[in-house]
Design a protein around this ligand. Sequence first.
Ligand code: DX5
Ligand code: ZN
Length: 219
Amino acid sequence: MNKLIAPSILSSDFMNIESEIRMLEKAGADIIHCDVMDGHFVPNLTFGPPIIKQLKAITSLPLDVHLMISNPEETLDQYIDAGADWLSFHYEAAVHPRQSLEYIKSKGVKAGIVIKPETPIVAVRELIPYCDFILLMSVNPGFGGQSYILRTNDKIKELNELKKTFKREDLIIEVDGGINADNISSLSELGVDAFVAGSAIFHTENPVETIKKMKNLIK
Ligand code: DX5
Ligand code: ZN
């Protein structure tokens, strides 16, 4: 499976978002990770469907929309209509996760379930057949710039085993939080397919070089 770098625009300069997107394109980013926060499910507040729609209009890179919102199932259509290419919602906030995953897929969008660091893999085990990807939070959702929670390594291994059990070698394991050039290659060896990184990319002297370096480290 192709390994993917997913820069999180949470750490980008929103006053210059178009040039940030051009920079990501030039650097070879694979998908753009968009963190939607509602000030309720998480204490932080970011943006919603109108901004996703505007991003969609200026780039052909796939948009990976990570919903950190309460009642996500009430507004899935808004994100699908806005142009999400990947759409994930939190297991902890969902009422009918299987149906919602199937609904997202029926709209031609990649469907994912996200779990917080304290939620065990077993919670989403039965959802594996319905997911295109599973997003493991390796920090507490809400803010960029936190340190990678080491216990996530065990969860990555466990999920990798389940991919075999369920004969879902195509299931994408995405990890989000505290990923940088120092830990990305060991995460890749553990079986991570898609790497979300915010501060490690945008808060460096040379984001283009950082992305290129990260891409090399996961080859
Ligand atoms: C946190 C977000 C992340 C965040 C990661 O709740 O889901 O996508 O941008 O930021 P870093 O890479 O700085 O940990
Ligand atoms: Zn995220």
